[in-house]
Design a binder for this molecule. Structure first.
Ligand code: BG6
Ligand code: MG
Length: 218
């Protein structure tokens, strides 16, 4: 029986994944790495340093920089990302998400956040959703980022629930792998061809309702 929902943030709750992509693209081009849709999709859900490493690898530059230089570039990307976030407010919440969260609360489901982003507390504040996600996995405390199951396993643990009692919601391939690895029910938001490992798929958040989930499970 399902008792809890573990949410990704960027690209599920808010359309901030666009800003992450924009900021990464800017850095990739500065480093002379060609930006592709594939690269963009592979970066989704992946931690800051892992993302930079994926970009460098895509450009065949994995050993071109020292750790210190990489820290510098990661910080530069984050500064650009924060700049893009500056004027963001509740209007960045994706369609249907407010209603879905309200409905979950009404039915006494527990909610937690499993975002890889160190900026997630700030983003939740700006969106006005911090009060719904008091339970959060702190990505700084993880040994392994997505696609490793650790973050979604912890998302269930902090709710006092077993993984089988939880649903994980993700827009990233790496995130779906993490949910599946943690033995939770996975819901993919986005292109079903890309998120083909998800147990349930909705093309966008407006379809994410308890009713549609029940239908999909029949
Ligand atoms: C994930 C995003 O939620 O967080 C990634 O999908 C991002 O694009 C990752 O790289 C880490 O975010 P941050 O804010 O800690 O750099
Ligand atoms: Mg995401």
């Amino acid at each position: 029986q399902i008792k809890g929902f573990v949410f990704d943030l960027d690209g599920v709750i808010a359309d901030t994944s666009i800003y992450h992509s924009k900021a990464w693209r800017q850095l990739a081009e500065e480093l002379g790495v060609t930006w592709t849709t594939e690269l963009s999709n592979n970066l989704k859900g992946v931690s800051r340093m892992d993302s930079l490493n994926l970009i460098l690898k895509a450009g065949g530059k994995e050993s071109a920089y020292t750790e210190e230089e990489k820290e510098h570039y990661a910080t530069e990307k984050n500064t650009n990302y924060l700049n893009l976030l500056k004027d963001m407010d509740a209007s960045a919440i994706l369609p249907g998400i407010n209603d879905f969260i309200e409905d979950l609360k009404r039915h006494d489901y527990k909610l937690s956040l499993a975002s890889a982003s160190k900026n997630s507390p700030l983003v939740l504040e700006q969106l006005g959703l911090a009060k719904y996600f008091e339970k959060r996995v702190d990505p700084a405390t993880l040994k392994h980022g997505k696609p490793d199951p650790e973050i979604f396993a912890r998302g269930a643990e902090i709710l006092g629930l077993k993984p089988e009692e939880c649903v994980g919601i993700e827009d990233a391939t790496a995130g779906i792998k993490s949910i599946n690895g943690a033995s939770e029910l996975s819901i993919g938001i986005g292109d079903p061809k890309i998120l083909n490992e998800a147990d349930i798929n909705f093309t966008d958040t407006s379809k994410l309702t308890l009713e549609n989930i029940k239908q999909a499970l029949k």
